[in-house]
Design a binder for this molecule. Structure first.
Ligand SMILES: Nc1nc2c(ncn2[C@@H]2O[C@H](COP(=O)(O)OP(=O)(O)OP(=O)(O)O)[C@@H](O)[C@H]2O)c(=O)[nH]1
Ligand SMILES: [Mg+2]
Length: 423
């Protein structure tokens, strides 16, 4: 064979191989390769679809320092994660149906785990304060004796669980002991946990906006407990779910209070109905409900003043606001949410009593659980007053208001410190 023929053959062979490779690649492309997981992960940060900063930053800067409407890094983190879900389910991504479902589920699980982690972090001070104390008692004691019960009683009292609730629990333990139902400290521990869960699980219908149009929520509570912030967080959630929300600035006592609600209104794209400083709060809620009815809004949330609740005229004012809401719409206010600041401990219990004597409370929002070891007060509130906890606040950002889930809460509260340290 001549060298020319040989070279010709080699060139022809190379061309054939190249053609085969190209054809195979095309086919593979057409069939669609599943996106490797590592690729999905890489889509996570940085989020190009979401701006790193909320556009209404300039709005925030308008607020007086104490009226700041804060955002947390965690919220940015959650936002950054959102595009992956969109991406996994986006039409252009070549995942077959089952892979897509698995990937989407993984992302949902990861999101839930992030939320639980945040809850555990928020409850860390309370867990460290009283659950850890109780845990330490049980660690040291291998047998149940009167000294253990005394130590337990002290731990419960100092955690602001409340004297009545503590007494009830200690009696329960003694009875179980007499019946020989508690073999060891572990049994006491699990009895405590299951009883806490039972006490917190107050039956309450979920908020169903179809039950009343507009669904009216009156928010009450003493100064600085977090009413306006809670309203802002609720507005953010509901408007994010596509509901049309109207906010009533019925705290007409201070101009700054109206201003603070307006900032939340702008941020959450909700209308705010207001009046001038010193105006009658009842007229503001009346106008807000009227406006909501005329504009087909789904939810009205009324912010009220939080001045000293111990003065009768102030309670009278809240009663009047509630009556006027009823005049504007049958059945209103559909919910009366009492906001309590967990850091105030036993005072919170007193506030439930004062407000509960004046109006029919339908739920509680317990805020600032992230900054206190006194979170045990939630057990006392539920045990003594049987009013369901609807929301808990574990930070200042929009996403830091959680619908109260007994199981998640108890899991986070009794989370083992050893594991928590590893996080
Ligand atoms: N750490 C933390 N801070 C919170 C939480 N909820 C509210 N706050 C903060 O508590 C402070 C008071 O909140 P506001 O919403 O103004 O309280 P308010 O009840 O409307 O107060 P008044 O209008 O004065 O009666 C603000 O600095 C909030 O950011 C929470 O869950 N955790
Ligand atoms: Mg306020």
């Amino acid at each position: 064979m001549s060298p020319t023929v040989l070279v010709g053959l080699i060139v022809a062979a190379i061309v054939i191989v190249v053609i085969i490779v190209i054809v195979m690649r095309r086919r593979k492309d057409e069939q669609g390769e599943p996106l490797p997981e590592s690729d999905i992960d890489r889509e996570l940060p940085p989020s190009q679809e979401e701006p790193a900063q909320e556009p209404d930053e300039d709005v925030e800067s308008e607020a007086a320092p104490e009226e700041k409407v804060p955002e947390a890094a965690e919220e940015q983190e959650v936002k950054a994660a959102e595009p992956i879900e969109k991406r996994v389910t986006a039409p252009g991504v070549r995942l077959d149906e089952s892979e897509e479902a698995v990937a989407a589920q993984k992302l949902l699980d990861a999101k839930r785990e992030r939320k639980l982690k945040k809850l555990r972090k928020g409850l860390a001070p309370t867990r460290g304060g009283f659950i850890a104390k109780i845990g330490a008692i049980f660690k040291e004691k291998k047998i149940i004796d009167p000294a253990l019960l005394d130590e337990l009683e002290e731990a419960l009292i100092t955690a602001d669980v409340g004297a009545k609730t503590t007494e009830w629990f200690i009696t329960l333990l003694k009875e179980a002991l007499e019946k020989d139902e508690l073999a060891d400290p572990d049994a006491v521990w699990s009895l405590l946990r299951s009883e806490v869960e039972r006490v917190l699980a107050i039956e309450a219908e979920p908020w169903d906006f179809s039950k009343s149009k507009p669904f009216t929520i009156m928010v009450v509570g003493v100064n600085g407990v977090g009413k306006t912030t809670t309203i802002g967080k609720l507005a953010s959630q509901y408007s994010g779910q596509g509901h049309k929300v109207v906010l009533a600035a019925a705290d007409t006592f201070r101009a700054a209070a109206v201003n603070q609600l307006e900032i939340w209104g702008r941020r959450t794209k909700c209308e705010v109905i207001k009046s001038k400083e010193g105006a009658d709060p009842s007229s503001v809620v009346f106008d807000a409900i009227k406006h909501a009815k005329e504009n087909d809004a789904d939810v009205v949330i009324a912010d009220t003043a939080g001045r000293l609740h111990t003065k009768a005229p102030l309670m009278e004012e809240i009663k009047k606001v509630s009556r006027v809401m009823e005049k504007a719409l049958d059945g209103a206010p559909y919910q009366i949410l009492l906001v309590l600041d967990a850091t105030t401990g036993q005072n919170a219990l007193q506030q439930v009593k004062e407000f509960g004597d004046a109006i029919d409370l339908t739920g509680i929002a317990l805020t600032k659980l992230d900054g206190t070891a006194k979170g045990g007060v939630i057990i006392g509130i539920c045990h003594e007053y049987k009013i369901p906890v609807r929301f808990i606040g574990i930070g200042e950002a929009k996403d830091d208001l959680r619908e109260f889930d007994v199981k998640d809460f108890v899991d986070a509260l009794f989370y083992k410190e050893k594991e928590a340290e590893e996080e």
